[in-house]
Design a protein around this ligand. Structure first.
Ligand code: FES
Length: 205
C-alpha cells in the first residue's frame, strides 16, 4: 500500500514573525511581551490603559466613529434642506398686490418685486410684464404720455400692453390675475405671450 505524500510542516518561527503570546509570556518579565499585558478582556487577558498601542487604537476608533457620525449628520441635514419647502417671494411667485379698491380705473401701478404693472381698465384689470418684447429692456410707464415708452429703441405700448409703434413685434406679455376676497393676486410664474391684445386677457372685476 502506497503511503500518501505529506505536506512538510513549516517551522513555527516562519509562520509568524512575532513570537506567540505563550512564548512571550514564557520569556519572562524582561521581555517586551510581558511588559505589555494583553489587549482585550475579551481575549481573557488584562487591558492596560497605559499601553501605547491601546491608547492609539482607542483614539483611532473614536476618530473613525466621530467622522462617521459627522458625515451622517451632514447628509441628513442636506437631505432635509433639499426637501424643506422654500417660501418664494417676488418675481416667480404669487404676489398679493393689495385690495382692488387701491387701483382706480385708469391707474397704472408698478410692482418692482414682481416686475409688472397693474393696469386698471374700464372692463377689468391686467398685469403687464414690464419686459419689452423687442430686446428685453425694462419699459417705463410715462404718465405724461399716457403710454409705455421703451427707452432702448423707442417701442410704444398702450395701457392694455398693445404695441403701437417701434420695433416691438407684439404686445407686452401679461400675467395671470385672480381676485381673491377683494384682493388682487398676480401669479408672476404664469406669463403669457400674445400677438395682439384681446379682451379676454383682462381679468373682469
Ligand atoms: S428693447 Fe424696447 S424697443 Fe428695443
Amino acid at each position: 500500500m502506497e503511503s500518501q505524500p505529506t505536506t512538510p510542516e513549516k517551522p513555527a518561527a516562519a509562520a509568524s514573525p512575532r513570537p506567540s503570546v505563550a512564548a512571550r509570556t514564557a520569556a519572562g518579565p524582561s521581555s517586551a511581551a510581558a511588559a505589555r499585558p494583553a489587549r482585550s478582556a475579551a481575549r481573557g487577558t488584562e487591558v492596560d490603559p497605559n499601553d501605547p498601542d491601546f491608547k492609539r487604537r482607542y483614539v483611532l476608533r473614536w476618530l473613525m466613529w466621530g467622522s462617521a457620525i459627522v458625515f451622517f449628520v451632514q447628509s441628513a441635514l442636506a437631505g432635509l434642506a433639499m426637501f424643506w419647502p422654500r417660501r418664494v417671494t417676488g418675481f416667480g411667485s404669487r404676489i398679493d398686490a393689495g385690495p382692488l379698491a387701491n387701483f382706480p380705473v385708469g391707474s397704472v401701478t408698478p410692482f418692482r418685486e414682481g416686475k409688472f404693472y397693474l393696469s386698471r381698465l374700464e372692463d377689468g384689470i391686467i398685469a403687464l410684464y414690464w419686459r419689452c418684447t423687442h430686446l428685453g429692456c425694462t419699459v417705463p410707464w410715462r404718465e405724461e404720455e399716457n403710454l409705455f415708452h421703451c427707452p432702448c429703441h423707442g417701442s410704444i405700448y398702450e395701457r392694455t400692453g398693445q404695441n403701437i409703434a417701434g420695433p416691438a413685434p407684439r404686445p407686452l406679455d401679461y400675467m395671470t390675475v385672480e381676485i381673491v376676497n377683494g384682493r388682487v393676486i398676480v401669479n408672476t410664474r404664469e406669463i403669457h405671450e400674445r400677438s395682439v391684445h384681446l379682451p379676454e386677457h383682462v381679468t373682469p372685476v
